[in-house]
Design a protein around this ligand. Structure first.
Ligand SMILES: Nc1ncnc2c1ncn2[C@@H]1O[C@H](COP(=O)(O)OP(=O)(O)OP(=O)(O)O)[C@@H](O)[C@H]1O
Ligand SMILES: [Mg+2]
Length: 253
């Protein structure tokens, strides 16, 4: 469903991706882990066509993104629900209008149906009745959940979740993890999840891949990752500051 081939991306000559390749099968929940700044969000943005790669190819549902016209790219984007790391809600719109945005602007769904879908998706993320509020009136975790409801509103074939449980309390994190699993089961959709939440990653993933120094360091089933022999993978998943991964030194004077 999604194929990334030998992707290179730099920002002002600073390399982020140095040959990333991965393949996500239809119906999978594919989780990407990796240190802060390793390019997880930039990878999702390239998959959805918001950032162009310097080199390499991305295929979504067999369409080669680099060769598509604006219009063809928009058709691919309509198949994808994107949960942004920073929620990215429109501040001037109400929560209901935010969730309805894609349905109103990119589909021919009619009004009473839109209201019903908005209510249903907000209920799924535990936020019934907030339609009339503005984003500024919600907590960070609530905004995150509105972002998830918005991404699900068009029943997309592919869902990209950028840290869907970050900033949520442990119970709500579990609710969202279960929701990601349920949505996959019901609609057969394909998902890529970027997360630092290893508990969620083990529970929901078909496969997990770790990005490190611009490449995929290791990819495998949750248990293959959990019991990996690679000391970098082990240090990362156990969350230790001791090991091969360079960390800032603390030198108080
Ligand atoms: N639009 C941009 N312009 C310039 N540099 C960027 C841009 N977007 C990302 N970067 C840089 O690319 C690198 C990877 O960023 P990215 O946001 O993908 O990291 P990440 O793996 O998602 O990290 P985190 O876990 O903290 O969210 C960082 O060094 C970042 O500064
Ligand atoms: Mg990120």
């Amino acid at each position: 469903m999604i194929r990334v081939e030998n992707l290179f991306k730099s920002f002002r000559s600073k390399p982020v991706h140095k040959g990333v390749s991965l393949e996500v099968q239809e119906g999978e929940i594919y989780t990407i882990i990796g240190g802060s700044g390793t390019g997880k969000s930039v990878l999702l943005k390239q998959i959805v066509g918001l950032i162009r790669p310097d080199q390499g190819e991305i295929y979504v549902d067999d369409k080669r993104l680099t060769t598509l016209s604006e219009e063809e790219l928009q058709d691919v984007q309509k198949m994808i629900g994107y949960v942004f790391q920073e929620s990215a809600l429109f501040d001037s719109l109400t929560i209901g209008e935010n969730v309805a945005f894609g349905l109103r602007n990119l589909s021919d769904t009619k009004e009473p149906k839109i209201t019903e879908i908005v209510r249903e998706k907000l209920a799924l993320v535990g936020l019934s009745g907030v339609e009339k509020l503005k984003p500024a009136q919600l907590s960070g975790g609530m905004k995150k959940r509105v972002g998830i409801a918005r991404a699900m509103a068009m029943n997309p074939k592919i869902l990209l979740y950028d840290e869907p449980t970050t900033g949520l309390d442990p119970v709500m994190s579990d609710v969202i993890s279960n929701l990601i699993l349920e949505v996959k089961k019901h609609s057969g959709s394909t998902a890529i999840v970027v997360t630092h939440d290893m508990k969620a990653a083990y529970e929901i993933s078909s496969r997990i891949c770790m990005l490190y120094e611009g490449k995929v360091l290791e990819a495998g089933t949750p248990s293959q990752i959990r019991f990996s022999n690679n000391p970098i993978v082990q240090q990362f998943i156990s969350g230790s500051s001791e090991g091969p991964i360079p960390v800032p030194t603390i030198d108080l004077v």
